[in-house]
Design a binder for this molecule. Structure first.
Ligand SMILES: [Zn+2]
Ligand SMILES: [Zn+2]
Length: 276
């Protein structure tokens, strides 16, 4: 039997703030946004600045049923939200999910807080799509239907964040950002989540040599990502959440270094598509 489509497209791979410069043309400058196709279903992870372009693309492809999952609501993961065309389309059905805030109606309330004065001119009432807001707790299993299985875990990040594993048609993809590794060893929650996965995308904001200057900023290193993949038998490792200051040249050299240690490594870039 032929395999169902299970693919990942990166629409934004930066962390912190978008960084479009002449030195970042190859990897791109948009912040976190990842599209995952599972058969006919479209899952989206985070709504950073890359989310706007994804919205236009989905319109062209006439895709009107979407699930949007948030790791957390730091600006770099939510800044594209009001600029996503499908939210204004009455023919679209959008299920929105978040699990890092342990309070009632957290997903819906955050949207209201974010799209409000003095930060934004209009509120989420301008959206015309059929939207459902779904709160869960990091660590819960989610079942969005169509044989898609989603597992989650809590990450070590200021204010909390959620990691996701998507199991579909015998394959698996893990989205693990933003998180800071712990000095006492590898994060057992993450190891359990990513066990034997086909691919993990991980918070590679820093290198081990840079990290001591950024303790408690909530981010990890590409070297830690490799240790996790090695320990958990993950096949492919996507370096993600690149620092805004990383030039194409620097990311090329980090990718070379990472491949030398773990051949399944690659630096994610805006526009890149990976078939699982
Ligand atoms: Zn971030
Ligand atoms: Zn963050």
């Amino acid at each position: 039997m032929s395999k169902l489509n299970f693919s990942v497209k990166f629409w934004g791979t930066r962390g912190a703030v978008s960084s479009p410069t002449r030195q970042s043309v190859k990897y791109g400058g948009n912040t976190s946004c990842v599209e995952v196709q599972c058969g006919d279903r479209t899952l989206i992870f985070d709504a950073g600045s890359g989310f706007r372009l994804l919205g236009l693309d989905l319109q062209e492809r006439k895709i009107t049923n979407l699930d949007l999952f948030f790791t957390h609501f730091h600006y770099d993961h939510i800044c594209g939200l009001p600029f996503f065309a499908p939210l204004y389309n009455p023919g679209c059905k959008i299920q929105i999910w978040s699990g890092h805030l342990d309070r009632k109606n957290a997903t819906r309330e955050t949207f209201k807080d974010y799209m409000n004065h003095p930060f934004f001119p209009v509120g989420p009432e301008v959206f015309n799509a059929h939207i459902s807001y779904n709160d869960f707790r990091s660590g819960d299993d989610l079942a969005p239907g169509d044989n898609i299985e989603i597992k989650t875990c809590k990450l070590n990040h200021p204010g909390g964040a959620t990691a996701y594993r998507i199991n579909f048609d015998g394959r698996s993809f893990c989205y693990v950002t933003d998180t800071e590794h712990k000095p006492e060893g590898l994060d057992t929650n993450i190891l359990q989540l990513i066990d034997s996965a086909d691919m993990m995308v991980y918070d590679a904001t820093y290198s081990d040599s840079e990290y001591p200057n950024y303790i408690d900023f909530g981010h990890s290193t590409w070297e830690q990502g490799i240790l996790l993949c090695q320990k958990a038998n993950v096949k492919k490792f996507g370096l993600f959440h690149h620092r805004p200051s990383r030039t194409d040249e620097k990311l090329d050299s980090i990718e070379r270094e990472a491949k030398a240690v773990f051949p399944g490594s690659f630096a994610t870039s805006d526009g890149l598509v990976i078939k699982l």
